[in-house]
Design a protein around this ligand. Structure first.
Ligand code: 6PG
Length: 242
């Protein structure tokens, strides 16, 4: 595990954009494609904007990049809560990519069916027998320690067979779809982005007190190749001893 702390969200986002460029180039050279699973939320917005900006857009061969989603809210893709909609608006609409490279979760479908359909899509793309191994998985973290749409105490945390599951979030009375822990933990490189003082307590719990990390979904992201990188800004890191 590696933890990098940056003065601001801007610095952190630039680092994430550089890593995105480096990994995508290396994957495209070595195997002709780059697969990334992206998150919603507010933290990665700047990263997505940077990737779509003049300074980064030309550095990536987008025709060989395949976008997947870590989770989705059960709303139509035009809805303001849609994670696909967020990434499309900020980044994908700026790129000329073949439709088949953009593999969204279908938030407009009935949740169980949408989860099954996405699992089928993953199995078709990555092969039937093995777990999908994304080249890069971009995650965020909530104040309660959730990541993707894996929330504390949810039974989905114990899922070992399914790649994608529907989740009902009691607090918000909302339905979502999420990748499961086995898929997150099989990522070749996993990056968790955290910014702002509202994340300071949970960052201290997970990164500062090793014993309590596994109480939280984000702490259960322990990729089998141990390639997890936390990119955090000073505000979020202010309760960590350094
Ligand atoms: C989503 C996410 C979710 C997010 C965290 C952090 O769909 O909202 O995938 O897991 O990453 O809630 O969100 P912020 O970046 O807004 O703090």
């Amino acid at each position: 595990m590696e933890i990098l702390v940056f003065p601001t969200l801007e610095d952190l986002s630039r680092k994430a954009a550089e890593i995105f460029v480096d990994i995508s180039r290396a994957c495209i050279i070595s195997k002709g494609k780059f697969t990334v699973a992206v998150s919603g939320g507010s933290t990665p917005r700047r990263l997505y904007a940077l990737l779509g900006s003049d300074s980064y857009r030309e550095k990536i061969d987008w025709s060989h990049v395949y976008f997947f989603w870590v989770d989705e809210r059960c709303v139509p893709k035009e809805h303001g809560d849609s994670n696909y909609g967020l990434v499309f608006k900020i980044l994908l609409s700026k790129l000329a990519m073949p439709d088949e490279n953009i593999r969204r979760m279908k938030g407009e479908m009935e949740p169980e069916k949408a989860a099954r359909a996405y699992e089928e899509d993953l199995r078709t793309f990555f092969g039937k027998s093995a777990l999908p191994a994304f080249d890069l998985i971009l995650l965020g973290i909530g104040k309660d320690g959730h990541t993707a749409s894996l929330f504390p105490d949810s039974e989905t945390l114990g899922e070992t067979d399914r790649l994608v599951v529907p989740v009902f979030i009691e607090k918000q009375q909302k339905q979502r779809i999420t990748l499961t822990l086995p898929v997150l933990n099989n990522g070749s490189q996993v990056i968790i982005l955290a910014s702002g003082s509202s994340k300071a307590d949970i960052i201290q719990e997970i990164l500062g007190r090793k014993d309590s990390a596994i109480k939280y979904p984000a702490g259960l992201v322990q990729p089998i190749r141990d390639n997890i990188l936390w990119l955090i800004d000073e505000e979020a890191a202010k309760k960590l001893e350094r």
